[in-house]
Design a protein around this ligand. Structure first.
Ligand code: ADP
Ligand code: MG
Length: 483
């Protein structure tokens, strides 16, 4: 019988590079910002001029510890940097400063949720600190390659998983969970398009039901969730075919061609670099004191999954709605400021996931850029819940008015703009009479049992009242008159 895909199991471990969002680089005061014009963010250290010495950015260590704690790692309170030696134009020192055998975090795990609702625990082997390299640009000049060193020295952490991944779905669930966490912990912007999050996928296969690992290939530099899945699917198929045809997998490093969706060899193990790691004599070992570690721990925010569980339990909302808050720190902060000010908690949730979200989507902004402050939104919601203003007018007129008047007192503004519900029964009564007189036939029809025309009356009276009437009350008044 010929061998088929289902006779094999995929085995994979990821090496995930996360660019940290510190202001300055890992070993110098050069800006670590993305998007400056070429070679703007460089000084002696980034250029590796002779005698320039690295000085560790403490914030980098704190951020690595935060992510390590979130990934259930043991923090190595004493760890050190090593030199990884290789020659490349965008690496002026001739070595990358990284961590080899004594990384900052080890032995963690992360639980991810799969589409069938099951969870999968994936081991984290280690997290190490390192610096990014510069960028070589080959397509801007016919004769020369250009070098931009802005990225040289930007802080990275590399998260290395155990070979626990068994499908492309598990890999992308893991990546998206890590992206969520680094954003939540303000460790990185997690932006895959800009390269702040990228990964190498180690892939092997083995006969289903066996426990020994096969020979792995490493696909380099996958820069989108989709490409991770495509590369894994392709590589799985390729390896199955090689083995089914009686061939052998050669341990190698592969490129992924995003256009073709295929992998191709970069180098085999025999051609692999010998990096000659040794500890960097220019940098002292890092010593994370007990008290600093305790300080970082106590400043850790609740993690997305904890927030989500809490919101479901407390407010009885759906998992999907809870995720909106758990995965958007700005929204959660806004929510927490407004919460003590609203009369009905559930209303606040409904507003934030309903109308406010729609407004933000339309504007294409996040909630921290919204010109209605949480205190102001809370007042607007209370006005609606107290039937002082209709929801429609609040959304269409009051909120836009607040936006243009930064510090407006919301209740005063609603009053000044004449948006409040007219609870003047006499005035409504006049409007109702007017409308009922306009439609004698329909009134007749209503009395004969055609109750559907009521909507027509309500709509017309509402128009005369310029929308400023409580619909329920209006209904009652009209029914009264029709008796
Ligand atoms: P190296 O130091 O040679 O890169 P590591 O032990 O650090 O090797 O492993 C690198 C990555 O490869 C890890 O994410 C690990 O989980 C993964 N890996 C190791 N063996 C296999 C295998 N047989 N198949 C798939 N992935 C593997
Ligand atoms: Mg490796």
């Amino acid at each position: 019988m010929p061998l088929q895909n289902s006779n094999f199991e995929l085995v994979s471990g990821l090496e995930i590079h996360v660019q940290l969002n510190t202001n300055t680089k890992i070993f110098s005061a050069d800006s670590a910002a993305f998007g400056a014009s070429p070679n703007q963010n460089i000084s002696t250290v980034s250029l590796a001029l002779p005698g320039a010495l690295p000085k560790l950015n403490k914030e980098v260590v704190a951020k690595a510890v935060r992510i390590g704690l979130a990934l259930n790692c043991t923090i190595n309170q004493i760890n050190h940097f090593d030199r990884k030696n290789y020659f490349y134009a965008d690496l002026p020192k001739g070595y990358q400063i990284t961590q080899d055998n004594q990384p900052i975090c080890v032995n963690g795990f992360l639980e991810v949720e799969l589409s069938d609702g099951s969870t999968k625990k994936i081991g984290i082997n280690r997290i190490h600190l390192e610096e990014d390299a510069g960028k070589s640009i080959h397509d801007q000049d016919d004769q020369y390659s250009l070098v931009d060193l802005n990225r040289a020295g930007v802080p990275l952490i590399e998260i290395v998983t155990e070979p626990d991944i068994r499908s492309a779905e598990e890999a992308s669930a893991l990546l998206s969970e890590i992206r969520k966490l680094v954003r939540h912990l303000n460790v990185s912007d997690g932006n895959m398009e800009e390269g702040s999050l990228r990964c190498d996928a180690n892939i092997s296969i083995r006969p289903a039901g066996t426990t020994e690992f096969g020979t792995r290939c490493e696909v380099k530099n996958l820069n989108s969730m989709r490409n991770v899945r495509r590369a894994m699917d392709f590589e799985f198929g390729r390896q199955v075919e090689v083995i089914s045809n009686g061939g052998k997998i050669i341990q190698s490093t592969l490129n992924f061609d995003a256009e073709q969706g295929t992998t191709s060899p970069m180098r085999t193990k025999e051609e692999a670099n010998d990096y000659r790691y040794f500890s960097d004599p220019d940098l002292q070992p890092i010593h994370i004191s007990d008290s600093w570690l305790a300080e970082i721990k106590s400043a850790m925010p609740a993690l997305p999954n904890e927030i989500s569980k809490k919101m479901i339990a407390e407010f009885g909302i759906s998992k999907a709605d809870a995720a909106l808050f758990a995965e958007d720190l700005a929204l959660l902060t806004y929510f927490n400021v407004a919460l003590p000010l609203v009369n009905t908690k559930k209303s606040l949730i409904n507003w934030l996931i309903g109308p406010v979200r729609a407004i933000l989507n339309e504007k294409g902004i996040a909630i921290d850029a919204y010109n209605v402050k949480p205190t102001q939104l809370a007042t607007a919601i209370n006005l609606v819940d107290d039937k002082k203003i209709t929801q429609q007018i609040a959304i269409q007129q009051l909120l836009p008015a607040i936006e243009t008047k930064a510090d407006a007192n919301v209740a005063d503004l609603a009053q000044a703009l004449n948006l409040l519900i007219t609870d003047n029964g006499d005035e409504l009564g006049t409007f109702i009479d007017e409308v009922l007189n306009k439609y004698p036939q329909q009134v007749e029809a209503y009395k004969k049992g055609k109750k559907g025309v009521l909507g027509l009356f309500v709509g017309d009276v509402m128009k005369l009242a310029k929308g400023k009437a409580d619909a329920k009350k209006l209904n009652e008044l009209i029914l009264e008159k029709l008796k």
